[in-house]
Design a protein around this ligand. Structure first.
Ligand code: ZN
Length: 52
């Protein structure tokens, strides 16, 4: 299975709690949560990967 990331937005003003990123097999290994933005507040530095 391609990797799935659970991501939380830690911005105090953001109403979004958690979302998932589902990768395809084509996603390079070095792509991490820092490459993405929160889909709600549009911040990129507030995202944090949840270690399951
Ligand atoms: Zn957010």
């Amino acid at each position: 299975m391609p990797k799935t990331l659970e991501v939380v937005c830690t911005d105090a003003d953001c109403k979004l709690d958690m979302f998932e990123l589902h990768y395809t097999y084509d996603m390079p290994d070095d792509v991490g949560v820092g490459e993405f933005q929160c889909p709600y507040c549009r911040q990129s530095d507030s995202l944090s990967e949840v270690e399951l």
